[in-house]
Design a protein around this ligand. Sequence first.
Ligand SMILES: O=C(O)CCC(=O)C(=O)O
Length: 292
Amino acid sequence: MVELKDGLLNDKHKDQYWNDGYLFPMQAVSREQAQDWRNQLEALEAKWLDNGLPLPLNTYKRVNAQCVMPLACEIGLHPGILDVVEGILGPDIMLYSTEFFIKEPQTKHVVTMHQDLTYWGMGEIDGLLTAWLALSDVTSQSGCMDFVKGSHKNPILPHEDSSDENNLLSRGQEIAVDVAEEDKVAVELAPGQLSLHHGLTIHGSGPNADNDRRIGVAIRYLSPYIKKQAGGQDYAIPARGDCLAGNFKTYAAPDQDFAPEALKLYNDIRDVQTAVMMAGAKDNSGIYEKVK
Ligand SMILES: O=C(O)CCC(=O)C(=O)O
């Protein structure tokens, strides 16, 4: 356990993150808070699954949920999580994307081993990290993430697209080198616990062989000083400190689920990100699929 003092990382924790490319587990929010967020998510799923949204509900949950779901912003802007993130990114923080990674009980969905920054058009930077929050018990049995220690010291390695329908990633991206089982570190987390990983850390996750859903929230945070190297100007929500560098278009947290103006903004963000994310992809049938 990474013991936080007043909710903050100490220098040893920070060194560990920079040496290993990840840090876990931190109890960033209470178990009760995690259960409350899970309840809210499941109520939203029940209400909106067949409620005439322009894109499948899963698309909105899986990427940029912060744009259309107040709950995703509440989680991404929670002070307990931002306090931990501040220890790595510093006082100025933007929320780039909140993503619900859900594996239903006894299903084969996996996430192939990859580095996040491969298709984001940001280059090989230190100023982006993922805080991954467990909303259920996340174990090897239920398909927790695996990290490869020190792998963030690599550049962006070659990746290949896979067309496996069980892959939860946008283009089924997979690192083109085999990762030995003994190099994988299992990231087991209890509800309310958090892991951090660097944008170059090699990671993935296996299937859920458990009887409960495996629910994680991958929250991508950026330093406002990052400049995208490819694609048009991207979007982010100011989360803490000075976010006026102008590298990202800013927008406000939504105040109701799937409001028309938020759905329009969602499409604008999607267009900018799809151009970079899917460049050169063989297949475009996943969450960045073109709207007909
Ligand atoms: O939730 C998972 O299993 C994988 C998530 C992931 O790849 C990420 O957060 O970058």
